[in-house]
Design a protein around this ligand. Sequence first.
Ligand SMILES: [Zn+2]
Ligand SMILES: [Zn+2]
Length: 370
Amino acid sequence: MFKDFPFDRVNWKTSIFLITTTLVSLIFVPMYIYHHSISMFLIGMFMFYTVATIMSITLGYHRLFSHLSFKAKWPVKFLTLVFGAAAYENSCLSWASDHRHHHKHVDHDGDPYDISRGFFYAHIGWLLFKLDPMPVMNNVSDLQKDKLVMWQDKWVHLIGFVVGLVFPTLLGYLMFDATVALGCFLIVGFLRIVVVQHCTFFINSLCHTLGSRPYNSGNSARDSAIMAVFTCGEGYHNYHHAFQHDYRNGVKPWQFDPTKWMIWTLSKVGLTSNLRRVSDAKILLAEMREAKRLIDQKREAFVDVKQSHLVFEKTEEMIDVLSDRLSECFAQIDEAIADKVELSKSALKEIHTEIRSVVRGIGKVKTARA
Ligand SMILES: [Zn+2]
Ligand SMILES: [Zn+2]
């Protein structure tokens, strides 16, 4: 039955951990909930640990250490490294190295969680089996100079065990009794680890599969408001791949990005600084380039099937109108950049509304092939 199974390529340590935590969560957690009541303490601890560990990955591992998108004082670094270890996603150093390879080689060989090798591979398969070739840790020399990062790299499993499993269990025992301690061990420990892991794994799988590509359709990364809810704001992944050094992922005022809000709030109390932002004009230019590419694509598809028919004439007319409207937006931005003039908030908003309506218009243009 397992004759052709590549046992020699299995990453045993990680695979056993991922399978065990999943089985415990699926079997023992429901048994505990069936036999014991769930107290507000348990719910509160679960919520706290979930938010603390997922945000240590998004704010710490990802935006701070991997992308250097802002600077942080040592308490922020320390807490994100300690709770990041409790997310059981390896040390910050190796996480950041994998992630920098992901951005550099996205969708190609060299991307550790390359989505072109399938959804399952990008989600969890790359962890279950040894990577071929193994990524080289040659892109984190800056982090190797950081004493806190290196301390966490050395003790990551011990920190993860103490902070992620021992501490909540002990707290449950000291404040209540052995039953609550068991609940903490199973729910705040195991179930929370599984939930947080899959939420962050979704960034590599679903965020490269579902959603729109308003900034750059040259790679598989997508923007999805739904995924942003599950990933503390990382769901605006198309923007992130277009502008990876921006501390924000959701840049529009209505987009849900609690990681961005937390970084901004910490900057107000002096714990973070040098928050890197891409200018609004540059962001709009990227959106316009993408809209233009869509128009060109439609025009090409249209030319292929063009016939002397009234419907096609109307479609061509529509594409021309949309193209002209976009050119006007381009001209405004170009002029502002050339004159080094900051466009007013209302002018930027107007241009953005126009681009969105052009993109919607392109979506409605029907060609025989589309
Ligand atoms: Zn990505
Ligand atoms: Zn990234």
